[in-house]
Ligand binder design. Structure first.
Ligand code: G3P
Ligand code: CA
Length: 268
């Protein structure tokens, strides 16, 4: 990459560990980012939501049910929404046993702890603003926390991409902090791309909705930092799909099995 390269602007296809290396460790935990680092991958993806008392936490679903033991610990509190539990309550939950007994006692990380661990591991982060419709001001709060922890200084900006399925959230991020590299999750039409290219640097679609023609159409737009829009496809978990999606000309792949994707790309 040149000195003015943006986050994720790499000469080879960028491989991003989805929710950490989530095929091999419980998703969105510190263990899953450690696993990505052990496998030699620097980019990890996560999902950020908010507790009842306003703490930012890293978890994918809007409910705690699938990836923690919340049903046992708080049996009367169905449907166990993240937004209805305090940070102290969530800190009591086991977020590893559902995946494997070997991970018993693993916690749902706060964003603060997660970022410290990313820093410690020298990793790079594709941060997803998750379910912002449930959490008014979520994008602004995430920016505030990133700023207060030094993640918006020049050195860290090259290690951070902020993405969302919500175009409004991405527009907000770009308007408030134009230096951040941003990504829109989805497959916008050409008309939408004209609009979105004002505030997003990447388009990150589900690989099933992709074609070579779509990827080159996205590449023909220039983003807010005067560079062609890039494309990171998700969630590519097997070698045959990785080779096919590479043939579409994507710039990156988001995967639960970064080792499998990397090996497939190497033999492409
Ligand atoms: O990074 C892309 C991917 O995470 C989007 O889908 O549901 O896994 O958050 P989801
Ligand atoms: Ca995600």
């Amino acid at each position: 990459p040149t000195s003015d390269a943006r986050a994720g602007d790499e000469s080879e296809t960028t491989v991003i560990a989805h929710r950490g290396a989530s095929a091999y460790a419980p998703e969105n935990t510190l263990a899953s980012i450690d696993k990505a680092a052990q496998l030699g991958f620097t980019w990890v993806e996560n999902d950020v939501q908010r507790t009842k008392d306003g703490e930012l936490v890293v978890i994918h679903d809007d409910s705690l049910q699938r990836t923690t033991n919340v049903e046992q610990v708080f049996p009367g509190r169905a449907p166990w929404k993240v937004k209805d539990f305090t940070a102290a309550e969530i800190a009591r939950l086991d977020a590893g046993s559902w995946y494997s007994p070997a991970y018993a006692g693993t916690r749902v990380p706060t964003l603060k702890d997660y970022m410290c661990h990313i820093e410690h591991n020298h990793e790079k982060l594709l941060l997803e603003i998750k379910n912002p419709e449930l959490y008014p001001g979520l994008a602004q709060q995430i920016l505030k926390q990133l700023g207060s922890e030094g993640w918006l200084d020049q050195r860290h900006l090259k290690r951070l991409i902020v993405q969302s399925f919500s175009a409004d959230s991405i527009r907000t991020v770009h308007e408030l902090r134009p230096a951040i590299t941003t990504a829109y999750l989805g497959t916008p039409t050409a008309a939408q791309l004209h609009q979105f290219a004002r505030f997003t640097d990447l388009i990150n679609p589900s690989y099933g909705s992709l074609s070579k023609g779509y990827v080159s159409a996205v590449h023909s737009f220039e983003g807010p930092h005067d560079k062609p829009l890039r494309v990171f496809a998700w969630t590519v978990n097997d070698a045959a799909t990785a080779r096919r999606v590479a043939g579409y000309g994507v710039d990156g792949m988001i995967t639960n099995k970064p080792d499998v994707v990397k090996a497939a790309l190497g033999s492409n």
